[in-house]
Design a binder for this molecule. Sequence first.
Ligand SMILES: NC(=O)c1ccc[n+]([C@@H]2O[C@H](COP(=O)([O-])OP(=O)(O)OC[C@H]3O[C@@H](n4cnc5c(N)ncnc54)[C@H](O)[C@@H]3O)[C@@H](O)[C@H]2O)c1
Ligand SMILES: O=C(O)C[C@H](O)C(=O)O
Length: 329
Amino acid sequence: MTRTPVTVTVTGAAGQIGYALLFRIASGHLLGADVPVRLRLLEIPQAVKAAEGTAMELDDCAFPLLSGIDIFDDAARAFEGTNVALLVGARPRTKGMERGDLLEANGGIFKPQGEAINAGAADDVRILVVGNPANTNALIAQQHAPDVPAGRFTAMTRLDHNRALAQLARKTGASVADIRKMTIWGNHSATQYPDLFHAEIAGRNAAETVNDQNWLENDFIPTVAKRGAAIIEARGASSAASAASAAIDHVHTWVNGTADGDWTSMAVVSDGSYGVPEGLISSFPVTTRDGEWEIVQGLEIDDFSRARIDASVAELSEEREAVRKLGLI
Ligand SMILES: NC(=O)c1ccc[n+]([C@@H]2O[C@H](COP(=O)([O-])OP(=O)(O)OC[C@H]3O[C@@H](n4cnc5c(N)ncnc54)[C@H](O)[C@@H]3O)[C@@H](O)[C@H]2O)c1
Ligand SMILES: O=C(O)C[C@H](O)C(=O)O
């Protein structure tokens, strides 16, 4: 193997998402079947031993692409030279909580991690924040990494995107592979807006194909937006394997590009597109190419969609105010 390994830092490596994620990174699903990876794992001191156990299991898989694993309890060292940073480590919500309730508990994690990325990551670093509330945690980290281009900080709404694909496929009998141009707008929270008006099934408009406004409004949107809570209710723990899978999808699409005629959903820093205030990290339809993303422009937004996008974006503005008050940005 002649390629230089890509350094991937994963925080919260001993957690439930970490356990589902690391084996897929090491087997080549994150970056490609020909890309060797070196893992740097970050955990809190009490969980380092558990991370060591996971590292032993990774060794035991004898993955040809895995060129090394290092474990740290110090963010500054964990992000040294990192090309891809997956910020997973944070407390998950439990029954009855909204993700925003985690702001105070988790927000403090992302300031030092942003600083560590700023100080030590590779010039081409790309960051995905998974830990909740993901959009605002990404904003906190980004605000503390002034030397890293703001667009490198993204938050995950790909799980919501995948959930929307699955619900639409189930309703229409279409295959997931036939669906294109799905969009999640706004926050990774119950206010998010999964948009069927621009999606297509086998080239036909999805909302027209479904032709059932009642289902769209009272079933599809709430099912997707509240799926995280439904998983917690059913499993007694928040989503893990599906979250890890979405994280793999997010980075793979970012690095390898969206298919022609399709786009994906990523929470990225707003440039004011679609009336989303500049600087908020909000989910948009994006295309990707050569490791860069671009917000899809020129979509017509009707009153129904406008109201829902505005509500989710208003929540993001409130979260930004809340972390300002907490002194986190
Ligand atoms: N964006 C999404 O779609 C999405 C989906 C699922 C879960 N999540 C979120 O991901 C986060 C992790 O979920 P989980 O189920 O793996 O939780 P978990 O409790 O199983 O694991 C979290 C891990 O993070 C570690 N950790 C805590 N603080 C840390 C720090 N400062 N540095 C490094 N590691 C730290 C903990 O020790 C623990 O091992 C939660 O906030 C959860 O809500 C987001
Ligand atoms: O809902 C949660 O708290 C976990 C995660 O964000 C999810 O969407 O499953």
